[in-house]
Design a protein around this ligand. Sequence first.
Ligand SMILES: [Zn+2]
Length: 494
Amino acid sequence: MLKKFLLPFFLLIFIFVGYLFFNTISDKIPFARQPDGFESSMFGVDSVSAISHLSKFIQFPTISHKPAMRDTAAFGAAIRYIQGAYPATFSRGTLQMVNSYGTMLWIFGENPGLPPLVLLGHIDVVPVDGNLEVWDEPPFSGNVRDGFIYGRGTLDDKGQVIAMLEALESMFASNVQLDRTVIVCFGHDEEIGGDEGGMAFSEILGEQNISPAMVLDEGGVIANQLVPGVDKAVALIGTSEKGYLNLELSVSIEGGHSSMPERETAIDILGNAIRQVTQKGFPFEISDPIHGFMDYLGPEMPFLQKMAFANRRVFSPLIRNTYEKKAASRALVSTTVVPTIIKSGVKDNVVPTFAKANLNLRLLPGWDAERCIEYLNDLIGDERVAVHQSEGSMYSKASNPSPIDSEAFKILVQTISAHFNDVVPAPYLVLAATDARHFESLTPNVYRFMPFRLAPDDLPRIHGNNERLSIESFLEGIGFYQRFIFNFCNVEKD
Ligand SMILES: [Zn+2]
């Protein structure tokens, strides 16, 4: 009797396990490595002068604080410097300066019917805080040490700007003709929002009804040992970036004398609300870019992880557990929230009537201010706590995920896999903001990828101390841009 009852049960389990295994085994890398006809010998790069160009470019202190604090001399000199260092490129294109320091170079292709490629970067950098002594080489020296070029901007984003220019220069010095127009856009205020650079470039293109075939910006990198379970380096291609929002929690109640306090003060109520928010947080969610990430990387993983990614609905709790362990991976699978400023109280013996806190949120695609406020109101469940958008602070929703089945994305993936044959490309969600987000109204094909290799200890160097770029990786990155332009713009060589 028992046997009869158990038989269908075991049969079901058998079928289910079979289904999981089938999904796992049939989970294949969604791209093919193919030769692309590009030879690195086609366009020579003088590595000594490339290194010297980057080194000199680092020496201009193009720091972004506020527009009013801009060192205009440094920005002016930096722009003049690249114009002089890349004569073949600048003479081939039509230069349009935007808001004084934004560089827009239009290099027209032979075929005006092809929508253009936008190569996006920025020449401003964040300030250097704290103790300069901890830098192995001074931050605005561009000095070379142990195979690395040191300085603020080497990774974010002057290394990328110079690599793009070196690639273009080497190609134009060899007299190539591009079929497709390339528009080089270098912003000068990316680190403070990009209104005068990135946003203005996008408006100029929009006014001319130009919808680029692709916008390629910084954002993802080649991550060495950064993705758990994948031994190979991963080329992270940002297909979306998280949004940015500040919310204010405020409590206003009767105060009183501190000699006979009520059980609950404004501070207690606010404290409880913050605890609810930070302990419960936002829900676990696999957004489109992370689905793409799992599709591309699952096949590269050890069997159990591969099975989890291939059957992600079934294994969702397991994936959630793994990803929620660390701050960096948690940020990929949920909207995050953290209290950053708290204000209350005026005098040591007065019970405050008012308390408020600023919450900084980074939004997954699909979350906007209204939805976050509603969600947090429910989570806090206390009508005495008001949740509002912080006045005058920056707000942007997550960018719309760019497609991973477009021709543009395929050429990008193909070029990455042909150029770096030990690297696996994968879609990705960029956690920080870039100028690329200003272009999403023009084209769905906005991708964020910088072709440099970074190890785990390199990540804190971005906006941190001892920012540096390996010479080997820099030169490999120049080759990547040559190859990408070659593949994307139908290059013809004389
Ligand atoms: Zn940047």
